[in-house]
Design a protein around this ligand. Structure first.
Ligand SMILES: NC(=O)c1ccc[n+]([C@@H]2O[C@H](COP(=O)([O-])OP(=O)(O)OC[C@H]3O[C@@H](n4cnc5c(N)ncnc54)[C@H](O)[C@@H]3O)[C@@H](O)[C@H]2O)c1
Length: 353
């Protein structure tokens, strides 16, 4: 199958492209505008593959997106391109509205035009998989899990923009018949995650002996999934999911932020026995909480487990150890991002908003 992957130079998109090219026979067209969060180094191991093509295109550009469909005639779309960092959405929501909402609309229109031009099996088998987040469901209290039937209650500009995009995808299915699938996944972690997100922030601060920032009291709970497990779930949804359905994806790994940070500190202690910064948990520093910080996310993954026979393969302790080791062994990757201008500064305090 030839899959048009949007956002394939980002964190999850690149894991998906690597899986498609190394673990399946699928071809990939990676459509990515190369925002600050993109990194073609994430794809260096698959770049020479003749089943891979790259299109540097903004999903908000209708002519360019239509041209990509015409040039490559994909059998399916996996839509991951997005602005993805909640803290940035607090400081500057405009990019999130533009890419996540207008960009998804633009892509849907191009996909619909392409799908209408298909015939027979190609038309019947075409799928548009929209990759979304559990953050659209808002925040949980101490009890309960998000199911596919949970009401949408987004609280941040990021989650509101993703919720809007989910609704557009739903509408293009019900109104125009476009064959779609929607997935809502919990927090991902793993190699190649841009160092503005919690886990790489903690690893790099610990490694360099800088304060390790923990928002508020660190009591917020997230449900963590290893990125390669998310990629395998997405392929499973694309290949076996039922047209028009939504699937929640999660690893049943609820952890309080402070416990996650302490676990990473313990792994750093273990992997860096000669570090002058041991014990790394002495670097933990509580900082002002994120405005509107959702308390708890937790996914009920029963539907994808039962209907599509998918389960995650990497337990959180193993996944965290692999991830920390990867950042220690791949300095070249994050040092190159710093040379490009990435700074380890705090974002998302709503200053000036
Ligand atoms: N990271 C998570 O924990 C998580 C969890 C659930 C769902 N998701 C969703 O998965 C998707 C990928 O997340 P990620 O963490 O890999 O994000 P990321 O920020 O690492 O990557 C996003 C990619 O999209 C590209 N992009 C951004 N705007 C674009 C535009 N206008 N046109 C074309 N390309 C554009 C960027 O260049 C980048 O390569 C997003 O849709 C996100 O909402 C993420």
């Amino acid at each position: 199958m030839k899959i048009l992957v949007t956002g394939g130079a980002g964190f999850i998109g690149s894991a998906l492209v690597r899986l498609c090219l190394q673990g399946t026979d699928h071809s990939v067209v990676n459509l990515d505008k190369l925002s600050y969060a993109a990194n073609l180094d994430n794809l260096s191991e698959v770049l020479p593959n003749n089943r891979y093509a790259f299109e540097q295109v903004d999903i908000c550009n209708p002519e360019a997106v239509v041209a990509v469909f015409a040039r490559h005639k994909p059998d399916a779309v996996m839509h991951l391109a997005a602005e993805s960092h909640v803290d940035r959405s607090i400081d500057g929501p405009a990019d999130f509205i533009q890419t996540n909402i207008i960009g998804t609309y633009t892509l849907l229109e191009a996909a619909l035009r392409h799908w209408r031009s298909l015939e027979g099996e190609a038309k019947a088998n075409f799928r548009f998989l929209h990759v979304s987040t559990d953050e659209v469901f808002g925040s949980l209290g101490d009890e309960g899990l998000f199911t596919e039937a949970s009401p949408y209650q987004p609280n941040s500009p990021y989650s509101a923009s993703k919720a809007s995009s989910d609704m557009l995808v739903r509408a293009w299915h019900h109104t125009y018949g476009l064959p779609v699938l929607i997935s809502n996944c919990s927090n991902n972690y793993g190699a190649y995650q841009f160092p503005e997100k919690l886990i790489p922030v903690v690893v790099l601060a610990g490694l360099e002996g800088r304060p390790i920032p923990v928002y508020g009291a660190g009591a917020n709970i997230r449900d963590w999934l290893y990125v390669d497990d998310h990629a395998s779930a997405l392929l499973r949804v694309l290949e076996a999911g039922r047209n028009g359905e939504t699937y929640n994806i999660g690893g049943r790994n609820e952890v309080r932020n402070i416990d996650l940070v302490k676990t990473i500190c313990a792994i750093l202690d273990d992997l860096l026995p000669d570090s002058p910064h041991r014990p790394h948990n002495s670097l933990i520093t509580y900082v002002t909480d994120r405005p509107g910080h959702d308390q708890r996310y937790a996914i009920d993954a029963s539907k994808i487990e039962a209907d599509l026979d998918w389960v995650p393969s990497v337990a959180i302790d193993e996944g965290l150890r692999r991830t920390v080791a990867w950042y220690l062994e791949n300095r070249w990757w994050w040092e190159a991002l710093r040379k490009r201008g990435h700074k380890d500064t705090r974002l998302g305090l709503a200053v000036g908003q």
